[in-house]
Design a binder for this molecule. Structure first.
Ligand code: NAP
Ligand code: ZN
Ligand code: ZN
Length: 351
């Protein structure tokens, strides 16, 4: 075991504070990574505050959150072939999976039927708790490490590892592209990446935000249209308009109103994860043969494909870099939707 330091929540709802812990020794297939930056995902807040207790068997404290990890390889195990010291690498929401189930073999490790091993608030194959990226270093098997774009700033690419892939995967799966009308609900960390990626894929992109406050930003990011969901006319004007609606909202919404925005055969894909079950009327779906679906991050292969796509099209995240000492303040600002559009922790502040 070797020492690591970071910030942890000691209990649910406790503010994050400095914390020292052990990481495993570098094994044959492991990559030892010096973490340079880590994005703050809304999921970090849900987890550090144990807001998903209805859906998770356990919540492990102290918890070091962080699954948008970007850094530089400091050492590798003797059987590692993919990476070497000095490489710019990333780690997303999970660090291992069973590797043998059908889903793992298909590159859908995020849906591993035995159990995906989450980057934090999880347990590794030995049952040891995992600790995330709000820390100085992490040790990860090379098969779960990603190669970061060389041509883009590392800090602005960190959030691609969750926010980027969480939108890229459903946009690709549901065929967003030329001739498709796509709505992104919520212009936060996930949403702003959805706008950039859907626009680059050639779709007509509409942002549905609570207000028009961020309209100029939305258009700059690539939105063709922008509407406030606080205005009831929005739901009349856009009824039956969309092929695909991706909902990134972390809270409850009026599902009936949003489903009614879909045309025949349209799909609404849920990526936002509120604390409680969602109420949906059967008629909202049957009326136009609509689908309601969900999507969770992406597999390792697809995450690398997304990073390469972002590199090719020069897409990174719009970020506000903060020192780790400001993490609790950043959480409060995320909760108020006061973030343009992702906080990224500069890990140099941990020294
Ligand atoms: P975020 O930055 O807080 O963005 C969420 C956006 O939703 C806000 O910016 C806001 O956009 C809108 N919103 C917030 N509260 C709202 C409310 N009460 N009513 C209507 N709209 C509201 O969060 P994020 O990091 O993008 O994450 C969003 C959600 O996705 C979280 O629940 C997170 O846990 C989940 N998530 C899921 C996956 C997955 O794999 N499925 C991956 C990562 C995150 P406007 O200001 O534009 O209205
Ligand atoms: Zn996330
Ligand atoms: Zn598996």
């Amino acid at each position: 075991m070797s020492k690591s330091k970071g910030y942890a929540a000691a209990t649910a709802k406790a503010p994050l504070a400095p914390y020292e812990f052990e990481r495993r020794e570098t094994r044959e297939h492991d990559v030892d990574i010096d973490i340079k930056y880590c994005g703050i995902c809304h999921s970090d807040i849900h987890q550090a505050r144990n807001e998903w207790s209805d859906y998770q068997e356990e919540c492990i404290f102290p918890m070091v959150p962080g699954h948008e990890i970007a850094g530089v390889v400091s050492a590798v195990g003797k059987k590692v072939t993919k990476y070497k010291a000095g490489d710019k690498v990333g780690v997303g929401c999970y660090v291992d999976s069973c590797r043998t189930c059908l889903e793992c073999r298909q590159g859908l490790e995020q849906y591993c039927t035995v159990g995906t091993i989450w980057t934090y608030n999880g347990r590794d194959k030995q049952g040891v708790p995992t600790y995330g990226g709000y820390s100085d270093r992490i040790v990860v098997d090379e098969n779960y490490v990603l190669r970061m774009p060389e041509n883009l700033p590392l800090d602005a690419c960190a959030p691609l590892l969750c926010a980027g892939i969480t939108l890229y995967s459903p946009l690709k799966h549901w065929g967003a592209g030329t001739g498709k009308k796509v709505a992104i609900v919520g212009l936060g960390g996930l949403g702003h990446m959805g706008v950039k990626i859907a626009h680059t894929l050639g779709a007509e992109v509409t942002v549905l935000s609570q207000s028009l406050k961020k309209q100029a930003d939305g258009q700059r990011l690539g939105a063709d249209r922008y509407y406030a969901t606080s205005d009831p006319d929005t739901f009349t004007k856009l009824a039956g308009h969309f092929d695909l609606v991706i909902n990134t909202v972390s809270a409850q919404i009026d599902w009936k109103q949003y489903l009614n925005l879909l045309r025949v055969d349209g799909a609404m894909v849920v990526v936002g994860l509120p604390e409680k079950d969602i109420p949906v009327a059967a008629f909202s779906l049957t009326a136009r043969r609509r689908s309601l679906a969900g999507s969770q991050i992406g597999g390792i292969r697809e995450t690398q494909e997304m990073l390469d796509f972002c590199s090719k099209h020069k897409i990174a995240c719009d970020i506000e870099v903060v020192p780790i000492q400001k993490v609790n303040e950043a959480y409060e600002r995320v909760l108020k939707s006061d973030v343009r559009y992702r906080f990224v922790i500069d890990m140099a502040s941990l020294q």
